[in-house]
Design a protein around this ligand. Structure first.
Ligand code: PLP
Length: 401
């Protein structure tokens, strides 16, 4: 019944959760680590908050329904969710992973899971033949992240899930960049969806959190066991904040994505910009696949200013974006992937993943898009002046001048 509602209605219905006892419009923050049991023989639904907490449960049910899965899990960070998911594998198992995977996922694969005997092969996930060739008899997971970060390569979720199914392995999909508003990997054949909920789902740069949703009961059981066994659960107050974030997710990400599309078009026309990476642009190599599997190109884009010096000048000159790691917030966030999100990769690995020294990533926030474009224009003028040896121009942007 609920599924007949539009997605924005479902977001509100899932996250409001009127309290049955008091009628409060929001689920209470159940700050309790333990729960009284009725009698020696009669144990209630909750016993200890690592195993289950009523506030966290509302969030877990909400994300499960919104992603179209059977069960959701809330973790202390995106990496806690991803690490727990990889620990479904055992020593001697193998995972196929995109070479431009998020730096933290790269780190856990190369520096932790390898030590435990869990093997991996990095591939270009957009090349389905290469993915097939990387699969071994012990492959248990094909891990995807689409769009990938920071060069926005698009993986065909349905095609990869089909390959995984043929080889009897799982598909895990990191859906951080799109959120369930734009993309729902389980419906395209994936088995497990992962989120750094620190990003769009929280939306305000005030929570570090992770979410996972299992598409089937068997995987859900295994994930629940591991969530409880490893214990990297999300704190109750942060679970409540994520529920609040969910309520505005639809409007926030749509507004940011509309601005990102405008900004990508603007940057693509600027002579100082060597390349714009944004799957919403028609000349992006993954545009057709993106349009088939997602509702939008998203709210994050990258652009190449040619070299580190240009990137530095640009970052020094702009005034609106916060210069920081992370993305998906109400404020625009500018970052320099070679030294920030992807610092874990060696220079050769960065080159292989298409991360050039002039690359900047912009997560577009909720500021006025015209103000943002004006500010970016100002950043580009710094790059231009350095090339021409010109004096700084006195360009002004609305309120900032
Ligand atoms: N996946 C992606 C795509 C990310 O960008 C990040 C963090 O930036 C993570 C996972 C890890 O999430 P967290 O920082 O919440 O641990």
């Amino acid at each position: 019944m609920a599924d007949s509602f539009g997605f924005s209605t479902r977001l509100i219905r899932e996250s409001v959760a009127v309290d049955k006892q008091t009628g409060a419009a929001n689920v209470p923050v159940y700050l309790s680590s333990t729960f009284h049991q009725k009698s020696f023989d009669q144990f209630g639904k909750y016993d200890y908050s690592r195993s289950g907490n009523p506030t966290r449960e509302v969030l877990e049910q909400a994300i499960a329904r919104l992603e179209g899965g059977v069960r959701g899990f809330a973790f202390a960070s995106g990496m806690a969710a991803i690490s727990t998911a990889f620990l479904l594998l055992s020593s001697g198992d193998h995972a196929v992973v995109p070479k431009n995977v998020y730096g933290g996922t790269f780190r856990i694969l190369t520096q932790v899971l390898g030590r435990l005997g869990i093997e991996h092969t990095f591939v270009n996930m957009t090349d389905l033949d290469e993915v097939e060739r990387a699969i071994r008899p012990n492959t248990k997971v094909i891990y995807i992240e689409t769009p990938s970060n920071p060069t926005f390569r698009i993986t065909d979720i349905h095609a990869i899930s089909q390959i995984a199914r043929t080889h009897r392995c799982y598909t895990f999909a990191d859906n951080t960049f799109m959120s369930p508003v734009f993309q729902r990997p389980l419906a395209l054949g994936a088995d497990l969806v992962l989120h750094s909920a620190t990003k769009f789902i929280s939306g305000h740069s005030d929570v570090v959190a992770g979410l996972a949703v299992a598409g089937g009961e068997e995987l859900a059981e295994k994930m629940y066991f591991l969530q409880n066994a490893l214990g990297a659960v999300l704190g109750v107050q942060d679970a409540w904040l994520l529920l609040r974030g969910l309520k505005t997710l639809d409007v926030r990400i749509r507004r940011s994505a509309a601005s990102a599309r405008k900004i990508a078009g603007f940057l693509a026309e600027q002579p100082e910009v060597r390349h714009v990476y944004y799957p919403g642009l028609p000349d992006h190599p993954g545009h057709a696949v993106q349009a088939r599997q997602s509702e939008s190109g998203g709210a994050v884009l990258s652009f190449d200013l040619g070299n580190e010096a240009g990137a530095r000048l640009f970052v020094d000159r702009v005034e609106i974006p916060v210069f920081a790691v992370s993305l998906g917030a109400v404020e625009s966030i500018l970052s320099y992937p070679p030294r920030m999100s992807h610092a874990e990769l060696s220079p050769d690995e960065q080159k292989d993943a298409g991360i050039s020294s002039g690359l900047l990533r912009l997560s577009v926030g909720l500021e006025d898009s015209e103000d943002l474009i004006c500010d970016l224009r100002r950043g580009l003028s710094a790059v231009r002046e350095s090339k021409n040896g010109a004096v700084r121009s006195g360009e002004s942007c609305g309120r900032l001048s």
